[in-house]
Design a protein around this ligand. Structure first.
Ligand SMILES: [Zn+2]
Length: 77
């Protein structure tokens, strides 16, 4: 299981709200600031983590995306 969080702030360029894997090792090279992390808790893969994010933050669901760096296997599928 991996632990995920969503950045509460949109990216300045893509306007996406990015989902990151906080248990990625050593650490995501483009993480959110600690105070901007919305915890999505534990998931077996990034697909269910983003599903949870979209169900929880419905007002921005269409702009939620995976982090290219730490959740690349979801970003490309
Ligand atoms: Zn990341």
């Amino acid at each position: 299981m991996e632990k995920y969080y969503m950045n509460r702030n949109e990216q300045s360029d893509t306007k996406d709200f990015e989902v990151h894997r906080s248990t990625w090792s050593p650490e995501c090279p483009h993480p959110a600031l600690p105070e901007n992390r919305l915890d999505l808790w534990w998931h077996s893969n990034c697909g269910t983590a983003v599903k949870k994010a979209k169900e929880t933050y419905t007002n921005v669901a269409h702009r939620i995306n995976w982090c290219y760096w730490c959740s690349r296997e979801c970003h490309t599928t």
